[in-house]
Unconditional design. Structure first.
Lengths: 174, 401
């Protein structure tokens, strides 16, 4: 019976990975800005999750645990990423329009790369993954109040971003 | 959510690209092969995993043959997915035209020991020396995979690149002649809540990834899973100044691998794009070891001369005043083809006449010769205070990824 349980644990984990693969990878892309790092990040997070699966699966939202591991791992890999992806105060001119899908994607990546890590991760978890403020706080490792202030600062920066020029309504209240 | 928040959510949903491939459990299994080879420690995680591995017993045997490649590629050998403009962690590992070294060192040909350690407020670092005990040359590359054990067996851990106590040289292929030493840092974090776990043994899977060799260590850690940071393999012991404190490395191995300062004439140099904003001008200047042997650079660039003409004639020399930015200078060992960089900063924020810096000359601490660099794309615009030299700031040299 124990063996059966173990097998079903692994089956269930496999199922979890299949169901969440797309969203985990897309979130990781938003956190990292390229697929190579994103896939690394997802794999590491899943490997770290696997041994604890029998505990995690009983939680309401096991993916919050995975996102938390992803955030930790991403912050630790920060210096490596920083050598490659340098935020600039003023974005290059060629990103001024954001209409075509590829331009929009590029604009998004450029705009996100100007955000500090915490703000960037809060944006991804709160607005892309659609986690609650409390779950975002748990995953990022800060208070609900800090989530709000990270989100609001990030929103301010993104609205000013030339890479996303014209995307947000001018003058709209935050 | 207000309107802007909803627009952001919509943007994220529509503009985020589709992943190029699924995360499959097969890939996880390949990464997991080292754990499967661990001799059944008395801990549930591995036991729970056992049936899963067993179900893939055949696959795992095949995977073991493939895993060397998988691990070697894991840390960014230059085959990023098409269309990715993202960072490539290992830039230049061997200059073109030089034959890559022999074979990946098998674990049976390596022995390891702790050659130094260091600790910070929430980190403990062990520097692992890895010696080629075989009769032939072989290489190690990038980041090792390490599996930690404590008094009660396997310790669940995540592994990330980079440490806070030791400069990470970045992923390079390091050729080890018989008897030669390479090293890397393993750092455990103690800053998390919860009980402290002491890591007493590390099983180290080098580049070939198929089997491990053990190293006795003593590293305190906390958190579940334990978070380990690693630096990439570098030739010899890490330079003493790149570790912040007491290295207990015995002098003999360090001395036997001491490398000389790079000759400026054997360095190639390149300037990155000029980053401009708010009156600030920043350029990352990268120097690459184009000689046939490892050498060292370090400290701050010295005796900086700027010219407004790319001819570099004396009539065009600009009046500048150079400051070293904060940041601690460290010695960087450059393998053949490896790079280090520093940031050159100036400003257009003053009211003096604007000049264009078209050419830079500088020297390096301990290095003979001088480096000359033409600034591409029309040079760097700069203004100093009226009638005074143009302020310039340079950062210390550091290993470039």
């Amino acid at each position: 019976v124990e063996l059966m349980n173990e097998l079903s644990d692994d089956d269930e984990f496999g199922d979890f990975v299949r169901r969440n693969s797309r969203e985990l990878q897309r979130s990781a892309w938003l956190m990292c800005g390229d697929w190579h790092a994103a896939q690394d990040l997802v794999q590491t997070a899943l490997l770290a999750t696997w041994p604890h699966w029998s505990d995690i699966r009983r939680q309401d939202a096991p993916q919050v645990y995975v996102y938390r591991v992803m955030v930790n791992k991403q912050v630790h890999a920060q210096r490596r990423r920083w050598r490659g992806e340098k935020p600039t105060a003023v974005l290059p001119d060629e990103a001024a329009t954001a209409s075509e899908p590829t331009e929009l994607r590029d604009g998004l990546r450029r705009a996100l790369s100007t955000l500090p890590d915490k703000q960037r991760n809060v944006v991804v978890l709160r607005y892309f993954v659609d986690l609650s403020e409390a779950d975002t706080a748990a995953a990022v490792g800060c208070s609900v109040g800090a989530v709000k202030s990270h989100a609001s600062r990030a929103m301010h920066t993104l609205r000013q971003s030339r890479a996303l020029a014209g995307y947000f309504q001018e003058g709209a209240r935050l | 959510m207000n309107e802007n928040e909803m627009r952001l959510a919509q943007l994220l949903r529509t503009a985020t690209p589709e992943p190029p491939s699924e995360v499959s459990l097969d890939t996880l299994r390949v990464h997991d092969v080292p754990l499967a080879l661990v001799e059944s420690p008395d801990r549930s995680p591995v036991r729970r995993r056992a049936p899963f591995i067993a179900a893939a017993a055949v696959a795992a045997t095949v995977a073991a043959a493939v895993v060397g490649i998988a691990v070697a590629n894991h840390h960014g050998t230059p085959n990023a997915p098409a269309g990715s403009n993202g960072p490539l962690p290992s830039a230049v590992s061997s200059p073109s035209g030089v034959a890559p070294a022999t074979i990946a060192c098998p674990s049976s040909q390596l022995s390891g020991s702790v050659i130094g350690h260091d600790s910070g407020s929430s980190h403990n670092l062990a520097v692992i020396g890895v010696r080629n005990t075989g009769a032939t040359s072989c290489f190690v590359q990038g980041y090792a995979d390490v599996v930690p054990f404590g008094a009660s067996g396997l310790i669940t851990a995540t592994q990330a690149d980079g440490t806070s106590l030791l400069a990470d040289p970045g992923s390079h292929q390091i050729t080890l002649a018989p008897g030669a030493l390479a090293s890397f840092g393993v750092e455990a974090t103690t800053g998390f809540d919860g009980p402290t776990t002491t890591i007493t043994l590390l099983k180290i899977y080098p580049s070939d990834g198929t089997d491990s060799f053990p190293v006795d260590v003593e590293l305190s850690s906390s958190g579940t899973p334990v978070q380990l940071g690693l630096t990439a393999f570098q030739l010899g012991a890490p330079p003493a100044s790149s570790s912040t404190a007491s290295s207990t490395a015995p002098s003999s191995p360090a001395a036997s691998v001491q490398t000389a300062a790079c000759d400026a004439n054997e360095l190639s140099v390149a300037a990155g794009r000029v980053d401009s904003g708010a009156g600030q001008r920043n350029v990352t200047i990268t120097i690459t070891n184009s000689s046939g042997a490892p050498c060292t650079v370090g400290g701050f660039p010295q005796n900086l001369i700027a010219n407004s003409s790319s001819a570099g004639d004396s009539g065009s020399q600009l009046s500048i005043t150079t400051t070293n930015s904060t940041g601690s200078p460290a010695t960087v060992v450059l393998a053949k083809g490896a790079s280090a960089s520093f940031v050159f900063h100036t400003t257009t924020g003053y009211d003096g006449a604007q000049v264009t810096i078209a050419l830079l000359r500088f020297g390096l601490a301990g290095s003979p010769g001088q480096i000359t660099l033409l600034i591409p794309n029309g040079g760097i615009a700069a203004n100093g205070p009226s009638g005074q030299p143009i302020p310039v700031t340079v950062s210390a040299l550091q290993a470039a990824g």
